[in-house]
Design a protein around this ligand. Sequence first.
Ligand code: 6PG
Length: 466
Amino acid sequence: MQRTDLGLIGLGTMGAALALNFAGKGYRIAVANRTPGVAARFAAEAGALAGNIVPAGGLAALVAAVTPPRTIILMVPAGQAVDDQIAALRPLLGKDDLIIDAGNAHFRDTERRIADNPDLLFMGIGVSGGEEGARHGPAIMGGGAQSAWNRVGPMLEAIAARHQGTPCAALMGPGGAGHFVKMVHNGIEYADMQMIAEIYGLMRDGMAMGAADIGAVFQRWNEGPLKSYLVEIAAAVALATDPETGRPMLDVILDIAGQKGTGRWTAIEAQTLATPVPVIEAAVMARNLSGATALRSAGVQKFPAAQSGITLSVEDLEDALIAGKILCYAQGFDMLAAASAASGWTLSLPECARVWRAGCIIRSEMLDHMAEALTLDPDSNLAVSETFSALLRKHERGLRQVVSAAVAGGHGVPALAAAISWFDLIRAPRGTANMLQAQRDFFGAHGFERIDGLPLHHGPWAAAAP
Ligand code: 6PG
């Protein structure tokens, strides 16, 4: 039997879509699944692609089917399942064989797996784009050895999304770099979604707009600077009707958000790196608070509802979303730069932006401009780059007005507020941390630096004590 180009384990939604994508691009792929019969059924139902799909009854059969040196992709749930698969595969593989974990693994787990398996090649790659992306072209963020990427890069580029002909797949760096970039992608995904939700909330509750009108606004915005997958689907979901009740679909969906945790990981890692990503943190907070139902119903009983009739224009809202988005990405790229320095990855920020331009959930027109700006200004934060500082000057007023009106009217906009607060802190000529330093020195003799450089690092607190 003719051997296959690669193997894939885990035929859930994403694994199945990815396998069909490989098969459709002309690769022969062996597939296996934990539940017996799934792989055979999958191959039988693959229609015209069935000729490129070889179902394997178990791991040994899968390994035997793949041409050495083998490439085997794991598409199993993140966590223990990955460790279990590696442990089961290890005795069957040779030293040049490569295991690729294409799930949403924590990058530290990926680094541990590389360290724990020196006898085989291991890569962690982030794959974004949901089922549709996996089937027809995801964005792929590779992590691991250059030699391993040289081997599989062409295959991954072949199945990846393309932006004006350029594949959205690249090796981000060694070790856990690919999964790290995917994690930050997901954190940004949370933040983009949260800002859209906040703007939707202001239109719904502050401006008394119905879902259809809101959908039309998002549709219009999707033809301008905010053109992006998430704004596009915000329009689609706002315009959808519930087949059960005939009401707008959005109006019958419970306001409690789910999450698998990648946004939370981003917030935690940002704190560890001391590189704030407040818009992402606010988005994670808002998801968590959405589920605090007892607290929320107590709040509703104790306090009056937010005011309707706030005076904002749709243009102000669009400006706010543009500025919020720029600030959120400025934070996210800063976090990538900090992680790169801390881990010695030499991540290329323009490359991250380029890979995110198509295929992934946060794909947008603006990412193309971000890639350019980060290339021209590699050492400065996106917010202070030539192009984006000009855009911030243009759209900042809208963000400020929207946050002010929302706060005055009692509407929660944590992500947008976090964006403008970060902005105001980076643009303040003199911050307020001198007060923190004085207090730290007062109660703990922690010392401070002076503005005049004099070598006097403690205040005269004994004399000033209350
Ligand atoms: C992607 C997504 C995907 C993520 C879902 C759900 O890039 O395709 O980021 O990987 O798992 O969006 O994430 P939550 O369940 O945490 O919202």
